[in-house]
Design a protein around this ligand. Structure first.
Ligand code: OSB
Ligand code: MG
Length: 369
């Protein structure tokens, strides 16, 4: 296929409820959508999951726009592409900027699947026709309110509850949740808020039978996490620290992690995500699909990836209505009884909802071969 045209939309969508992590609160999501068109008129969609501030990682939607426009588009527009795996190969001349790369690569995967009359899940080698869904719950000022939020989502059928923690909002919060929900699969995500000085505190979490603790230490660390894991019973899951298969291999060999959170954007796209998945499967390391508060386009990519066989643990890809009054795809992503049914239409399997998209578009750019 030949990529003839790329359209980029800068989007702004208000979140239904603010979402608070140890590094900040999201009230709205600003992000990029990218459409790639081939010479036959097929179109594929990708989403940049970078935030508008560099607080999860160093990328932002503006750095993504710069890298996509000035470096990635010139590499692919007007050029012949046999298989989407070739895209990350060509992008390897540019260092990091994984979320920018993933935006373009994701659109080409969708395009490739549509062109070949397959679902994106099939194109990736996925097998499941429905996937188990967990939910990530932000920091609440009052623990009573958190308990009520958790109760609501447990009743809705979510298969695993993840709560955000930070220093001063950790052991007692988890103790209370465990008391209220003795049997619910529960985990905590620290988003890098602790150091090895906190080992004694983190060891107290071993009492609550958590499925895992996600990214307790620095966002660029795999050494201290190995030191910590030796002293914890609770499995550590790395999120921020993993940018590639090579990072994964090193972290697994060091014993820094027993579970991997795969985020397509963070690792530079679906090809690398699949490689990490395959390696982890060989090593007996379970994986799950993380979330970045995506709109429907990014969410659809997460659903497709989660159909691969080593996505053993429920991910963070909740339904559209958990985040948005109105999503940019039709139908929206729906969770029923803790499952998402994998769509059967070709490509990402959801249609762009242009009416909604236009409402939330702030700027548009077009590039032609
Ligand atoms: O660490 O997984 C994370 C949201 C924003 C930034 C980082 C993270 C998260 C979440 C929410 O946990 C995932 C989601 O519901 O999309
Ligand atoms: Mg995380």
């Amino acid at each position: 296929m030949i990529i003839q045209e790329i359209n980029i939309r800068k989007m702004k969508m208000k979140m239904k409820h603010p979402f608070t992590t140890s590094f900040g609160t999201f009230h709205e999501k600003k992000f990029l959508l990218l459409e790639a068109k081939d010479e036959l008129g097929n179109s594929g969609w990708g989403e940049s999951v970078a935030f508008d501030s560099p607080w999860y990682n160093e990328e932002t939607l503006e750095t993504n726009l710069h890298i996509i426009r000035d470096f990635l588009i010139p590499i692919i527009v007007g050029k012949k592409i046999g298989h989407p795996d070739e895209v990350s190969e060509r992008f390897s001349a540019i260092r990091k900027n994984n979320m920018a790369k993933s935006t373009v690569e994701g659109a080409i995967w969708d395009l490739y699947a549509k062109r070949n009359k397959m679902t994106l899940a099939q194109a990736l080698g996925g097998e499941l026709d429905k996937i188990e869904v967990g939910i990530s719950i932000g920091i609440h000022e009052k623990v009573e309110d958190l308990v009520e939020t958790v109760r609501r989502f447990v009743e809705e059928g979510y298969k695993r509850i993840k709560v955000k923690i930070k220093p001063g909002y950790d052991v007692e919060v988890i103790r209370e949740l465990r008391k209220q929900f003795p049997d619910v699969p529960l985990m905590a995500d620290a988003n890098s808020a602790y150091t090895l000085d906190d080992v004694e505190l983190l060891k107290q979490l071993d009492a609550f039978n958590l499925t895992m603790i996600e990214q307790p230490l620095a966002s660029d660390d795999i050494i201290d996490h190995a030191t910590l894991q030796k002293q914890l019973k609770t499995p550590i899951c790395l999120d921020e620290s993993i940018h590639s298969l090579e990072d994964t291999r090193k972290a697994v060999e060091l014993g820094s992690t027993k579970i991997i959170n795969i985020k397509i954007g963070r690792v530079g796209g679906l090809t690398e995500a699949k490689r990490i998945h395959d390696y982890c499967m060989e090593q007996g390391i379970p994986v799950w699909c993380g979330g970045m508060l995506e709109s429907g386009i990014g969410r659809a990519h997460n659903v497709a990836l989660t159909t691969l066989p080593n996505f053993i643990l429920p991910g963070d890809t909740a339904g559209s209505s958990r985040y948005w009054e109105e999503d940019v795809i039709s139908p929206e992503v729906i969770v029923e009884d803790g499952y998402i049914t994998v769509p059967t239409a070709y490509g990402i399997g959801y249609e762009p909802n242009y009416n909604a998209m236009d409402k939330f578009t702030v700027e548009q750019y077009q590039f032609k071969a």
